[in-house]
Design a protein around this ligand. Sequence first.
Ligand SMILES: [Zn+2]
Length: 317
Amino acid sequence: MSSTLHLVRHAVPFTRYPYRGEAMACNLCGGSETLTVAETDRRLKRLRSVACTGCGLIRTDPMPTEAELDAYYASAYRAAYQFALGRRPPRHHLNRSRREAAFRAELLSPALRPGTRVLDFGAGSGEFLAAARGRGCEVTGVEPGRSYAAYARAKHGARVLHRLDALAPDETFDVVTVHHVLEHLRDPVDTLVRLAGRLAPGGVLYAAVPNMAATGKPPHERFHFAHVHGFVRQTLDRAARRAGLVPHPAYRREDTTAVYRQADASDGSGLAEPGLAQDLAAALAPVRPGAYIASGAWLRPMLRRNAKAIRDTFASR
Ligand SMILES: [Zn+2]
């Protein structure tokens, strides 16, 4: 399929995404029973999301394969992931990254001292690496996007690797951060386990994901093709617990933005969330499609999002 046709099929509302996907058990608890929590995403395309009845973790169903996600990033997300080497990432992206990096550095400020070893997984264009180094830290990024990694190296002089296993086998860090990455992954829990394994004794891990229980916008606005997993506070904590981590009481917490420490013997293991899937299905229940479509409330955000996707795609050509 040509990339332009692929893009168009990603943009037309009220149609399915051009992907086949595959059935997948819950990445957090292994369960296979689910409740449907959404049939539509923020572009008003048809996209089914389910919540695991065992633990409440939300996922896209069927789950896009690795190859289908790659095809999506290569077309609909072209500008964000493939700009020509030597050029800058899109300005609005850099501005947002700088704001978010400053917030993250401030939240983590007790830990970001001179000499602190910091690993940022999903480092993007390197704004957080720069912020941490500005506080005297030794910084390492992992970024699979080649052009972003090259930009972070050139602009910020940061050490940026393409994969986590490119680190030395025994290399550990005092601070590990993973900012709005886990929701993009087919295996977020396994990734958290591997990241927790890179913590030095006494280290902290910062994890942030979109909060699927956020109020203030229509439920379908929380769903996005690139976000194949959805978390709320309880499921993020449970994923962290699988990685041997518990919330760190010394850090401020904002729902699904949290700082964790390694669990010890005094930390209980009970994190079952019976009924969470039902609560999420109720909270995310879509407005009845007919009434919603008739209201016209979807038109402006849908146009804005599609215009942005198309602009991002063609801007870098
Ligand atoms: Zn589950």
